[in-house]
Structures are given as C-alpha cells and as structure tokens.
Design a binder for this molecule. Structure first.
Ligand SMILES: [Zn+2]
Length: 476
C-alpha cells in the first residue's frame, strides 16, 4: 500500500543544480519521496490531489541555526542588543530554565517552523545544563513531524566540561542513530580565542563521535579571528563545520574557512539588530564561501525564512550601494539576486548539513519536503511574474498553503495538521508563569525594557518655524 500526493499545476521552483523552473507543472510524491516532477502527471489511484494553480511549489526551507528553547520567551528581547541577551541568558536567567521549559520552547518553535514552511531546523540548543534538559529537547522535536538536527550545547559550562561526561556520551548513543535523516546531531559551542585553546578537548570528542561542530564565529566582542586560527591550526575546520554569523572576521579567517570547505549560516535579522557585525554575504561572495540562512532566536524574531531572505537582500544591497556612494560611484547592477537567497534558504541549508542528497530540491528520489505557496484570498499573491522575486519579497508565512515533510502532509489549507496548539500554549504558559514569578515583576519588566540612550538633536543653523492654522501663516 502506498501513500501518494499529487500537486497539480503550480509554478515549480525545483532548485536543482540548473535551477529549473517549470510553469504549470506537477509534483508527485509517493510514500516518503518525490517520484516525478513534470507536466500532466498521472495521479496514482487513491492519491491526494492538491490544486497548486496560481501557486509556487518549492523545496521545504532549511534554517541552520535556531535557539529553539528561547521561543518560550517569544518577543521578550525585541529591544535588546547582544549585550543584554548575554546578560539575560548567559549570566543571569538562562540557568533558571528547567527541562520542561526547554521542552515547551522547543515544541512551540518546532510547530512554528513547520507553519512557516521550514521543514528542517538546526536546534542550536545551548541551554542543555543536564542531559534531562537534552532529553526534554529531543522529546519535543520528536513530537513534531519536522526534520531536525539537535546541536548540543550548554552555555553554563565550558564545552570541554560537558562533552567529557559519561552522561553526554550515553545521551548521544541513546537518542541518535546514524543515518536517521529526521533527527541529526551536532555539537554546538564557541571558541573564545584563549591561546590555551581549552575547546580542543570538545573538538576531539566531536571527531571521535564523527559529528559536525557548529560555532558562533566572528561575533563582535565575543569570538574573533584567534578562534578561527586555533581551529585551523589544530585541524578542526572541516567541510561539515557551520560558522554562524562570521560577521567580524578578517580576510585571513575567510580564507581559512573557504579553503577547508565550511559554510556560513547568515542570520541577517539578528546581525542587524543585535550587533554581531554587518551581515557578511557581501564579503562571503568575494571568498566563495557557501551560505545558508538562519533566524537565530525568537526572543527577538519569528522563525520564518521569508524574513531572512528579504532582509538578507536588503542588507547586501544596502552595503553595495553604500560602498559605491562612498567612492562617488553608482551601482547599476546588483550582485545579490532573489534567486540566490531562495537557493540559500533551501539548497544552501541542505549542503551545509551534508543532506543535499536527501532534501533541498524537488527532484525525483529525494525525500519529499515540499512547500506550496498559494493564497487565493491575498492580493499580494498575483500576478506571479518573477517567482524567485515573489518568494523573497512578496510572500509570507500566511501564504504557506501546504507543507509536506518526508512525504507526510503536516500543513494543509493554511492549517497545521494534527498539531496540538492548545497543549503547546498551556506548556508555554506554565513556563512563562514560572520565569516571571521566579524573576519577580520588577526584574521581569526591567529585562524587557532596557534603558533608552538619550537622543540629542543637533544644532540647526536655520530658524524654526511653526504653521499657524488660524491665520494660515508661518509663525516665527
Ligand atoms: Zn546564535
């Protein structure tokens, strides 16, 4: 017995190597895989047929860096800088999170990702103070029918500490099976640049376990070129390494990343607000470094990659114009195209995760992670003239009509299928209540509302005027 889904008559962005776009085409999914992509396909008996007319079919999107546990505090840090984030999570309140709080954040975050058409998410899970926390994180990921990679971390200890414990080893062997493309594993930690390189022991554990490392690199005031150099000199930079942000690195560091085949996870929305450095796509281009996209944390931003694509185009183009204007030049042709950011949101992620033979494009034989963007009630969804431009600049979460993960329909007609939002809401409610009560009302409010620096309006050589409506004249 087979389970099949046929998407009928959409604009198909295959995201194959040639970026083939097929107008009025069908995508046939049988069981877990894409069986065929083409025009006028025959529906197998009993197939679920979904009318994609007027819509765009694309591969499920891939977020390569998200601190899912922090979704429990959704939007709380909207006005934070990176400094306030560090103080709140790393120094003061991150250790308050219990396993059930990690679970609640991950559960909500996982559901949110699917709703936005993000079918694979790297859970950069650096709040795992104990393996009980880690089990709670994985339980949540397994309760939601998305594809996830747990990137294990713990900001309350050095990575050389937590990775050396027998409990950690036991957790890895208990919860992960190599070759499971629904739940992958990485290690997540940062390299401070300390010349003693204490992180070496953790890299050795990763090497022994055969798992990739993901690291926040080139973060203003936190990680720098020394960290990259130490990793490189000790032979720990590999094609599987994902460097998050990499926004304040020098050319030498970019050369080391490029030469060892790693990739950068660009979190533009985060870099712009928090201050890790200018979003680096314009510099990565000059070094031929592969890019994937990420949304970082919902303590500021939501998890949809439409935001990532849009803001990455904006930041890259803004920089290109600014650099030209500085030299009294005019940019007449843009380097970064909408097509490229759609690639980064799909293929870029699958390549970064070593999953490019599994997901990332709509090609026969690949696992069926499929997104249909279609919204007949939206005036922003027609006409669709430039499909890549439409995905990057016009579409949004509400236009995600249907989502398949591994051949299974997880969202249909704009609604998640079988998701217990009431349970997720109740769990989050308990976590918020606990944190708020533990912190106390004053600290809770203060944490959310950092002081605003004074703004001084500069001197103006002209006289201020005011319009007098009564006499219809300027007052002086
Ligand atoms: Zn991060």
């Amino acid at each position: 017995m087979t389970d099949s889904v046929l998407f009928r008559n959409g604009t198909v962005l295959t995201m194959d190597d040639r970026h083939t776009v097929l107008p009025n085409a069908d995508v046939l999914v049988i069981d877990q895989r894409i069986a065929e992509v083409g025009v006028g396909l025959t529906a197998p008996e009993g197939a679920t047929v979904i009318d994609a007319t007027g819509g765009i079919l694309m591969p499920g999107m891939i977020d390569t860096h998200r601190h899912m546990w922090q979704t429990a505090m959704r939007g709380y840090g909207a006005d934070w800088t990176l400094t306030q984030y560090f103080v709140w999570y790393y120094l003061e309140s991150g250790k308050l999170f219990r396993p059930e709080d990690i679970h609640a954040g991950n559960l909500l975050s996982a559901l949110e990702a699917l709703d936005a058409g993000v079918t694979t998410t790297v859970d950069w899970s650096h709040g795992l103070q104990t393996v009980e926390h880690a089990d709670a994180a994985v339980d949540a990921l397994q309760a939601v029918p998305g594809r996830f990679v747990l990137a294990y971390g713990n900001i309350q200890q050095g990575p050389w500490e937590w990775s050396a414990t027998p409990e950690f080893r036991d957790f890895v062997s208990r919860r992960f099976t190599s070759g499971d493309d629904m739940l992958g594993f990485q290690m997540a930690f940062d390299v401070t640049g300390d010349p003693a390189f204490p992180e070496k022991a953790a890299f050795e554990v990763a090497r022994e376990l055969g798992v990739p490392v993901t690291t926040h690199a080139g973060v203003w005031g936190a990680t720098n070129d020394d960290g990259i150099r130490l990793m490189h000199e000790h032979g720990f930079m590999t094609p599987q390494t994902i460097y998050v942000h990499s926004a304040t690195l020098n050319q030498d560091s970019y050369h080391r990343i490029a030469a060892t085949g790693g990739s950068v996870s660009v979190a533009t929305e985060s870099e712009q607000s928090a201050g890790q450095g200018y979003p680096p796509t314009w510099a990565l281009r000059d070094h031929g470094i592969p890019v994937s996209l990420s949304q970082d944390t919902s303590v500021w931003w939501s998890a949809d990659l439409f935001s990532a694509m849009r803001t990455t185009l904006g930041a890259d183009r803004s920089r290109e114009h600014m650099e030209a204007h500085r030299k009294a030049e005019t940019v007449t042709h843009l380097h970064l195209r909408a097509e490229q950011v759609v690639d980064w949101a799909t293929r870029g992620g699958s390549k970064a995760l070593g999953m490019d033979s599994v997901v990332g494009s709509l090609e026969p034989g690949k696992k069926a992670d499929v997104v249909l963007l279609k919204n007949d009630d939206s005036p922003a969804m027609f006409p669709i003239l430039n499909p890549y431009g439409h995905v990057a600049f016009q579409a949004q979460r509400g236009d995600v009509h249907t989502v398949l993960v591994n051949g299974r329909i997880v969202k249909q007609d704009h609604k998640l299928v079988g998701a217990d939002l009431a349970a997720a809401r109740e769990k989050i409610g308990r976590t918020v209540e606990y944190l708020r009560a533990t912190l106390g009302e004053e600290a809770w409010t203060r944490g959310m509302n950092p002081d605003v620096p004074e703004t001084k309006v500069g001197e103006n050589p002209y006289q201020y005027t005011e319009w007098d409506a009564g006499s219809a004249q300027w007052k002086h």
